[in-house]
Design a protein. Sequence first.
Length: 259
Amino acid sequence: MRKQSIFKVPPFLNAMSAESLKSDPINTQFYPFNESIYYQIGKSFLNGSEVSSILSLSNTHKVMVDKSREIGTHVEFAVIGRSNCGKSSLINSLLGHKVAITSKTPGKTQQLITHTLKLDLPFKVSLVDAPGYGYADAPAAEMNKWRNFVEKYFEQSPNLLNTLLLIDSRRGIMDSDKILLEMLDDLKRMSTIVLTKADNLNATKLRDAMIKVAHDAAKFKRTFGLIFATSSKEHYGIEELQAYLSYSLLNNTGAYIKE
């Protein structure tokens, strides 16, 4: 019963202002994605997917050249987070089948895997599974290697629309998450924060966690004030996140900003 109590809390929250924080979920001024049309499109995320590219240290240049030929015809959402944050489970839930496999050696995998969805749209849409970071036993050299590798993708990808930064709802934004958010800010990339493993909290603690993370995220100018909470185990917040991604696709929300 304790785990089920999370369903008393809407799995999204806009903390950009006191007014938005108190707004009803059906208020499209603050939650424009929360309309039936975007939920309908979101269901098509379950139509299947295929791995269209695997980016590694050895083929970064070639893959980026290939992606540059798809500007305007291919849109990507990167999914990234600390090791053991539940990233693989969330990707599998969003796509409705097991496509992301958890590494047996967290923090060691150095690949970005592009899962292209089978959507009935005039352009390709992909989720990019980025390697986890912040693994406790990873030496500084490994972390530097991870940063140099991932930074190349965020800096050079011509198709990246938005980055879903996954945060364990029990832990909130940690120092390693802040490093990533600072990097995305520096590269002028937009991000949206998604809390995972929400079933480990009760309704009150979950809402408090969402508000705290939203306030911490507000320090980073290219992170949306809209926070999502999810539980792959309870399928909580998954449909709402699919609807949000659909809204982003059709309204080009979160595009690469150039100064």
